[in-house]
Design a protein around this ligand. Structure first.
Ligand SMILES: [Zn+2]
Ligand SMILES: [Zn+2]
Ligand SMILES: [Zn+2]
Ligand SMILES: [Zn+2]
Ligand SMILES: [Zn+2]
Length: 222
């Protein structure tokens, strides 16, 4: 019983990667060096560089001439209908362009991006770094079991979960089957009763008919 309980509560199995030792042989070289993870052993990394330049172009708003556009209120005449000077453009017929604010030029920003190769700052361009996995011991923590020597027994957990589900579901299943069986029994009894009644009705019907026939015959004889 104790053994069964121990088996039921033990969800771990031996780690196959390290044979339960918790460590594996490190794959660093004889100098205890590993390929640099930052530059993948190339010694070079690419750095993204960006510059932005601001430059001016003539205002591209339609109708803008050197920062001025036609006054919409007086249609460029500079005068109102009665001949008085237009108050919006003060008689000039043009107003400042709202896109370039009267300057006649707008600013554009040009961005350039490129990759530049630099020596890796982790390995100083050597491509190799001192082993960070074993610190020179040539033994590193097993990545599968994280050094514990055991891993989760997934199959057993699933098996036990299914078993537990069955144990919980069994009474329900039994109840369902029992109810279904009972329902079928009741149904067939009812069906049989119905058939019997029909047969009885037919029988009584035919005997009544016979009696009727007999009566007719009898009447003919009289
Ligand atoms: Zn005007
Ligand atoms: Zn403009
Ligand atoms: Zn590097
Ligand atoms: Zn190592
Ligand atoms: Zn392991």
């Amino acid at each position: 019983m104790k053994q069964i309980f121990a088996w039921l509560t033990d969800f771990k199995k031996e780690c196959p990667v390290c044979n339960s030792t918790g460590t594996i042989v490190c794959n660093c070289n004889e100098n205890n060096e590993l390929s640099c993870p930052n530059c993948n052993g190339t010694g070079v990394v690419s750095v993204r560089k960006t510059t932005s330049q601001t430059y001016e172009v003539p205002c591209d708003y339609p109708g803008c001439k050197n920062g001025k556009v036609q006054c919409g209120t007086c249609s460029g005449t500079g005068k109102n209908a009665d001949g008085t000077p237009c108050s919006v453009c003060k008689g000039k017929g043009v107003i400042n362009c709202h896109v370039c604010s009267g300057v006649g030029k707008i600013k554009r920003v040009k961005q350039e991006t490129w990759l530049e190769h630099e020596p890796c700052h982790i390995c100083n361009g050597r491509g190799m770094v001192a082993c960070y996995q074993c610190q020179g011991t040539k033994k590193r923590v097993c990545p599968e079991c994280k050094g514990t020597g055991t891993i989760r027994n997934t199959k057993k957990i699933i098996l036990l979960a299914v078993l537990a589900m069955l144990v919980i579901a069994m009474p329900i299943l039994v109840a369902i089957f029992a109810l279904a069986g009972l329902g079928y029994c009741l149904f067939s009894i009812e069906q049989k009763n119905k058939e019997n009644t029909q047969k009885h009705a037919q029988q009584t019907g035919s005997s009544a008919q016979q009696r009727e026939d007999a009566k007719i015959e009898f009447g003919d004889i009289e």
